[in-house]
Design a protein around this ligand. Structure first.
Ligand SMILES: [Zn+2]
Length: 612
């Protein structure tokens, strides 16, 4: 009796449990814990390492294979990255045909020498930048295994993102340098070969020891564990650092909850440390000189300011440290740090620092799969950068204008591909760049037009709080925007992300009719949008007529700085024109204008305003 009652009861309980998991969108996060011990030979530029990787399979699936990224193997003549960078229609000048010309002592490589799982040897196959590993014993759902690997590598001449001896003379920019487990999520494995674009990683704890010539100064991801042994500006105040006896020093870093680990190293680095009021320490590393020192001194004021602004507007920065490291070939974001070129005018130096710092929110903490959604990282970072720069330097009333212009050029170029394109698969570098950076930024700025700026701003904070450390995708973002605004926004994603259809609305005709005024608007572009129509009268007053789309199933609230809304009238997207009758004499009207805020990405703004 009890059994027969209990059985369906347990069944129901499990069913509810499964629904609970679905309420979290059926999502799981794999987990990693890396312990690495690395020896760098600064003469040969080669390194050896041992890696212990505790890997937890939080998926409901049994894994029979795993994949590691071996990014440095891309820097070899004939690699996929080499071929792609030479044959793409518009080569990146930083790469172009440089990989093809690398000599054996200039190439990069990263090889696994031995690999075990739970102490048993594994067979593995290196397929250029991916190590394919068939497991002897499967990794069961919700279990943890330990991989141990010995590896060896050579740091390539600096070509893209990482490498040695950069144009500005930085010895080592060590990014994408270690064997890194590929991510497995609800869409399966993401073992993309490295052809030069975008990343996706697993959060976890890193414990990294780097042994290197004692003249070198290191900075990057992670908190230094032995500052009073190392010195170089890391030591606590008043501590006398002992002179190391041997030729090398071993630097010990720990980084919790990050999905990557970068370090830069140079004997000439100057190390500056700024402690912010909120307890975050900002580290700067640069080679002093006529083109750097003055501006990097000033940077000490800007990095903390930017951390404060971004934390306030996009969610609290969750780490206790951020390091700006001179290196690389432009600017590139890493966990708790960035590598940027340093010989720049002040505005450019601050701009690149802010951009890479802003990535901490979108690449570091939210960490969408950047290969699938590069625009949710680069675009949102560009958007946040423009707002931060405008706040710091008190400039421009429309900070995202540059992004709109970049998107307009793309849309008119005939080269546009939808934002839903995989980062590696865009046909041209220019279409990728303008889509990911510019159209991605416009997505957010324009969303302010659709749902209201203040609602969008609140939703961005909610997005961060809801999805931090959980790899959100485009649907997750749109759902947050829908919940915060109360509006249906699936159409916005379908048109603006999944298609290249463009926006063009126009004022077709304004005429007097028996003491009233008749206004006819038309939709010329293929993408429908809500319309803010502002009517300005000759007495200087103005009024807003708001035309939401029927498919929004609602209307945005009143916005600060907009004229009083006198009417709301839904416009079905199927109708190409809409005629409104104003109970005002035609002679009293000075102008009629669609979206004077210019947040709507209207490709032909010339037809948006009629003046009398
Ligand atoms: Zn970026």
């Amino acid at each position: 009796m009890i059994k027969s009652i209990m059985k369906p009861f347990i069944g129901l309980f499990l069913f509810v449990g499964a629904l609970g998991a679905n309420a979290q969108n059926g999502r799981f996060q794999q987990a990693v814990q890396y312990t690495m011990d690395v020896n760098m030979d600064v003469q040969s530029n080669q390194f050896t390492g041992k890696q212990v990787l505790k890997y937890t399979n939080n998926s409901p699936d049994t894994l029979n294979r795993v994949f590691y990224h071996l990014y440095f193997n891309a820097f070899q003549p004939g690699s996929m990255m080499d071929v792609r960078s030479r044959t793409i229609a518009d080569p990146d000048r930083r790469v172009a045909s440089r990989i093809a010309k690398l000599k054996p002592n200039e190439i990069g490589y990263l090889h696994a020498k031995t690999l075990t799982m739970n102490g048993k040897a594994l067979k593995f196959k290196e397929v250029e930048t991916i190590l394919e590993v068939d497991l002897e014993e499967a990794i069961l759902p919700h279990s943890t295994v330990t991989f141990e690997m010995e590896f060896e590598g050579q740091v390539p001449i600096q070509i893209r993102r990482s490498g040695r001896d950069s144009e500005e003379g930085v010895r080592y920019s060590m990014a994408q340098w270690y064997p890194k487990m590929a991510n497995y999520d609800e869409q399966g494995w993401h073992a993309n070969p490295y052809i030069g674009r975008e990343f996706y990683g697993i959060w976890g704890d890193f414990d990294v020891k780097i042994t290197i010539d004692k003249s070198y100064v290191l900075g990057g991801t992670g908190y230094l564990q032995n500052p009073n042994e190392i010195g170089h500006g890391y030591e606590d105040e008043g501590v006398k650092v002992p002179t190391p006896s041997g030729k090398n020093l071993t630097w010990h870093f720990k980084a919790p909850m990050v999905h990557d680990f970068m370090w830069g190293a140079d004997p000439k680095y100057k190390h500056d440390k700024v402690l912010m009021e909120n307890g975050i320490t900002v580290h700067h590393f640069y080679i002093p000189g006529a083109k750097t020192t003055e501006n990097w001194e000033k940077l000490k004021e800007y990095t903390p300011k930017a951390i404060d602004y971004l934390s306030k507007n996009f969610g609290q920065y969750p780490y206790k440290q951020f390091s700006v490291v001179q290196g690389g070939d432009g600017g590139m974001e890493y966990a708790m740090s960035t590598l940027i070129t340093g010989e720049r005018p002040l505005q450019s130096l601050v701009g690149v620092m802010v951009h890479e710092l802003a990535h901490s929110w979108f690449h570091g903490v939210l960490a969408t799969n950047e290969s699938l959604y590069p625009w949710m990282d680069e675009g949102f970072t560009s958007y946040a950068t423009d707002l931060t720069m405008s706040n710091i330097f008190q400039t421009s009333s429309n900070p995202n204008r540059g992004s709109y212009n970049g998107y307009f050029r793309l849309a008119k170029s005939g080269l546009e591909e939808p934002l839903s394109t995989h980062a590696d698969h865009y046909h041209t570098n220019s279409a990728y760049g303008a889509a990911a950076y510019s159209k991605g930024a416009v997505f957010l700025s324009q969303l302010g037009y659709v749902i209201g700026d203040e609602v969008r701003n609140r939703a961005m904070l909610r997005y961060f709080e809801t999805w931090k450390f959980r790899h959100p995708n485009v649907n997750d973002l749109v759902r947050i925007m829908e919940k915060e605004s109360g509006l249906e926004l699936d159409w916005y994603k379908e048109y603006f992300v999944n298609s290249t259809k463009t926006i063009d609305y126009g004022v077709k005709e304004v005429k007097g009719s028996g003491g009233n005024t008749e206004i006819t608007l038309e939709r010329i572009g293929l993408m429908p949008m809500p319309v803010d129509l502002v009517v300005t009268y000759k007495d200087g007053t103005s009024e807003l007529i708001y035309l939401p789309l029927v498919i929004m199933r609602g209307e945005k609230g009143a916005e600060n700085g907009m004229p009083v809304r006198i009417r709301t009238e839904a416009w079905p997207w199927t109708n190409l024109t809409k005629t409104l009758v104003l109970t005002k004499d035609f002679k009293t009207i000075k102008s009629v204008e669609i979206d004077p805020s210019k947040r709507m990405a209207d490709l032909q703004p010339e037809n948006n305003k009629v003046e009398f």
